[in-house]
Every structure is written in structure tokens, then in C-alpha cells.
Design a binder for this molecule. Structure first.
Ligand code: ASP
Ligand code: MG
Length: 440
């Protein structure tokens, strides 16, 4: 069986939901994971912020506008009177909860509950629509089986057991619909898999049921060789290995949630990226196979902080790096890039919520410099560190200042750290040097 995930734009309007129905109606039983309709989660985040900032009237305006737009979608999609009424009643209960929340005290638990409403709405509406169209579909409530543990990792043992129980208790259907993104935490409070987490839901389910394939349907024709928002003439990459896709997703390719390929990599379950607006396009197939060597793609990750840790004697003094790493470990902050010299080590983090404490502790044994607004530009491809055309990448040194380079950490990745203001230049220049065959 296949698991198909449709993103926010794919279910973003009544018309797009019709496209999705056409794509999934091929007579084969499948599991369909849906995101919230596009824009909904952002609005819910902003409603939660209004509650936090104690401006409930602003939250109320957003709630009313959102409520009206859901009713419009429901009216376009559901001509069946009973279904229309049923879905509106369900929608009303969700909006009643949102209205009540505006009088509540802000807590993270409340925020998470607010954020979960988008996926509950989109799946309920879509399920009713399929029923109206005579398609046998059923809802598998994600909150009955999807769970993360205290390390915020999926609790696979629990998910496996509960998924089976929910599946067994659900009447036979052709299309099983479930909510992406949402889950319970270790204390059974509503939580989520972080923004963009519906992709992750799909591969977690894919791993649990040993799916034949997981498909991620979005509004672009696959993973591109460079960031199409900043670079003209990018093109989709047909094939990527799990390792290449994992590096790209982690280091900034927005099309995939960073953890997407992790659950399926071990069992070699392929992940196919497809475009809902152009279903015939090949997209990108991510699998255990490697097709060609050389640089395949470039991605950029913003909001990186670089920390330089300088000490009189570093490398000769054994235990120095251990001491450094322990500080980051204590503050549960993961390090992305690292470079060393005899007198200093530079490293990067993307979560700077504990930066002050980290710096204070490091300052007890070293002098520290912090650079904010950095961007990691990540180049990915099988065996790129040995590839004969990789040298062209270093022409970038004549165009922008490079703060750090990581080469050889793995054979498939080279990363550069630059100031974020140089990002667009860097992506375009690298594109010219590496993909547009500009010669010296
Ligand atoms: N709706 C969630 C978000 O906007 C999850 C997702 O779309 O994957 O982040
Ligand atoms: Mg997404």
C-alpha cells in the first residue's frame, strides 16, 4: 500500500481538493495524509500569539475571517445538504474552541491545541467530500496513534501498536485519511511534529506499515537543483539517494521537513515528490540507489549563529573539544558545522534560544565571538568531495567572504558559511559555476 501526503496548497481550495480526489481515485487502497489548508496554520500561530500578547480582539478578527472562509469552501465543495450541514456543525465546534481560547491564559499546551485545528478541519472536510463523490473513505484520527517521546522523537513502538488498533477498528475503505503534523506528547497533550511536519507523518506511517512507497504531493515538480525562489533556471532532480535528500532537507531545501527520510531510509521505502498541479511530471524519486556522482543540488539554511571559541592552546590541550561539546550538550543545542585551527574552533548552531547561557559557560575557559545572521550553503551530491568538477565551487571565493568551509565530513556534502546578506549572490554564482558551465 502507498501513503500519499498532500500539502497545504494541494488542499488549499475547493478546486485543488477536486484535483487531489482525481489523483487518488485510481481504485487502489491507500492512506492519505493531509496538511491544513494553506495559510491556516500561519493564521492559527498568529491567533496564539495574540492570546500570548493579550490582544484577544485581534485574535477574534482573525478567527471570524477564517471561519467565514471555511464556510465558503464548504459551500463550494459540498452540495449534499446533509454533509454540508454536518461539516459546518463540526467546523463550528472548532471555531467555538478558538473563540473560548481567546479568554484563556496562554500556555504552550493551549498553543499546540490551537495549531492542531487546521489538520482536523481539512481532513474532516475532505473525507465528507469523498463520501459525497461516492468514494469509500474513512478517517484515521492521528491523535489516536501518533505520539512523540520526551526527546520529541516519534515513539515508534507506541505508534505501531496504536496504528494497528485504529486500523482494525475502522470500517473497510478504499481511502484512509489522516491528519499530518499533529500528535500527542509523552504526557498525552496535543503536540506536533514542528512546522511542515505532515511530510514526517507520512514517512512515519510509511515505516510503520512498511509501505510500498511514500508520496509527498506539493506545488512544485520535485526537489530542485537550487533554490527556485532566488535563482532562475533551476530544474528538478529526478533521483536522489536517501543520504543526499536528508542533507538537502536538513540544510534548507524547503520542500521537505528535515526529518522526512529518516523513518523510511532503514527499510529502503522510496519517497516520491510529486506536483499536484502537474501530476504527469516525474518529480523526484528518493531511494537507496545512487545514480551519478558530482554536485546535484544546492540549498541554503538561514538564521545560523556562528560561535568562535578561542583559547591559548587548543589542539595540544587534550579534552578541550570535549569541554566545548559538553556545554552544548548541557543546553540541548545541536551543532551543525565545525572547523578547527590550533588556536580556535568555530562552530554553528541554528537554535540560539540558549545562546546567552552557552556563551557564559564557554567564557569561563575561552574567549568567545558570536556572529549572527549567517547562512549555511550546502552542496550535495554523491562523492562530491572527489569529483573532478568540484574545484569550480572554489571560484565563489572571489565573489563573497566565506566564514567557514566544511569539506570531507561526508563524501556527499560540502558546506559553506556566509553572511546572510550574501546568500542570493552566492546561490546565483554557484549556479553559474557549477550548473551553467561557466568556464574560467
Ligand atoms: N500545517 C502544518 C504547517 O503549516 C504542517 C504541514 O503543513 O506540514 O506547518
Ligand atoms: Mg511542507
Amino acid at each position: 500500500m502507498k501513503v500519499l501526503k498532500f500539502g497545504g496548497t494541494s488542499v488549499g481550495s475547493a478546486q485543488n481538493m477536486e484535483h487531489v480526489k482525481d489523483i487518488i481515485s485510481d481504485g487502489k487502497q491507500k492512506i492519505v495524509v493531509l496538511s491544513a489548508m494553506s495559510g491556516t496554520t500561519n493564521t492559527l500561530v498568529s491567533i496564539a500569539n495574540d492570546i500570548l500578547n493579550e490582544v484577544p480582539h485581534l485574535a477574534m478578527e482573525k478567527i471570524n475571517t477564517l471561519h467565514a472562509s471555511y464556510f465558503e469552501t464548504i459551500d463550494v465543495l459540498l452540495s449534499d445538504k446533509d454533509l454540508n450541514l454536518d461539516v459546518k456543525e463540526y467546523t463550528n465546534t472548532i471555531f467555538e474552541f478558538l473563540v473560548e481560547s481567546t479568554c484563556s491564559e496562554f500556555t504552550i499546551t493551549l498553543e499546540n491545541k490551537i495549531l492542531a485545528q487546521g489538520e482536523l478541519l481539512s481532513t474532516y472536510i475532505f473525507n465528507a467530500y469523498l463520501n459525497q463523490e461516492g468514494i469509500r473513505s474513512a478517517l484515521l484520527p492521528a491523535l489516536d496513534f501518533m505520539k512523540i517521546n520526551d526527546a520529541k522523537e516519534p515513539d515508534l513502538g507506541y505508534i505501531q501498536k496504536q496504528f494497528k488498533a485504529v486500523w482494525d477498528a475502522t470500517p473497510q475503505a478504499d481511502i484512509y485519511i489522516t491528519q499530518g503534523f499533529i500528535c500527542l506528547d509523552e504526557s498525552d497533550n496535543i503536540s506536533n511534529l514542528q512546522r511542515g511536519g505532515s511530510d514526517y507523518t507520512a514517512t512515519i506511517i510509511g515505516a510503520v506499515i512498511r509501505a510500498e512507497e511514500v508520496q509527498i504531493w506539493t506545488d512544485i515538480d520535485g526537489m530542485h537543483n537550487n533554490d527556485p525562489r532566488y535563482v532562475a533556471h533551476t530544474h528538478p532532480i529526478s533521483n536522489l539517494s536517501f543520504d543526499e535528500a536528508a542533507e538537502l532537507a536538513y540544510f534548507g531545501a524547503k520542500i521537505l521537513h528535515p526529518q522526512t527520510v529518516l523513518p523510511v531510509r532503514k527499510d529502503g521505502i522510496p519517497v516520491r515528490l510529486k506536483n499536484t498541479m502537474d501530476p504527469e511530471a516525474f518529480g523526484t524519486l528518493i531511494s537507496g540507489e545512487t545514480f551519478e556522482n558530482g554536485i546535484k543540488a544546492i540549498a541554503a539554511k538561514d538564521q545560523i549563529t556562528a560561535i568562535k571559541i578561542k583559547s591559548g592552546r587548543m589542539l595540544q590541550a587534550h579534552g578541550f573539544l570535549k569541554k566545548v561539546f559538553e556545554v552544548f550538550e548541557t543546553h540541548k543545542t545541536s551543532i551543525d558545522m565545525i572547523t578547527t585551527s590550533e588556536v580556535a574552533v568555530s562552530l554553528t548552531i541554528d537554535d540560539d534560544s540558549n545562546l546567552e547561557n552557552i556563551v557564559a559557560e564557554l567564557e569561563q575557559f575561552a574567549s568567545i565571538e558570536v556572529d549572527k545572521d549567517q547562512t549555511i550553503v550546502c552542496l550535495v551530491g554523491h562523492s562530491i568531495v572527489n569529483h573532478e568538477s568540484t574545484f569550480k565551487l572554489f571560484q565563489i571565493l572571489q565573489d563573497v567572504k566565506i566564514r567557514m568551509i566544511s569539506y570531507g565530513g561526508s563524501r556527499n556534502n560540502i558546506s559553506l558559511l556566509i553572511h546572510s546578506k550574501d546568500k542570493i549572490t552566492t546561490l546565483n554564482k554557484l549556479n553559474d559555476y557549477l550548473f551553467e558551465l561557466v568556464t574560467l
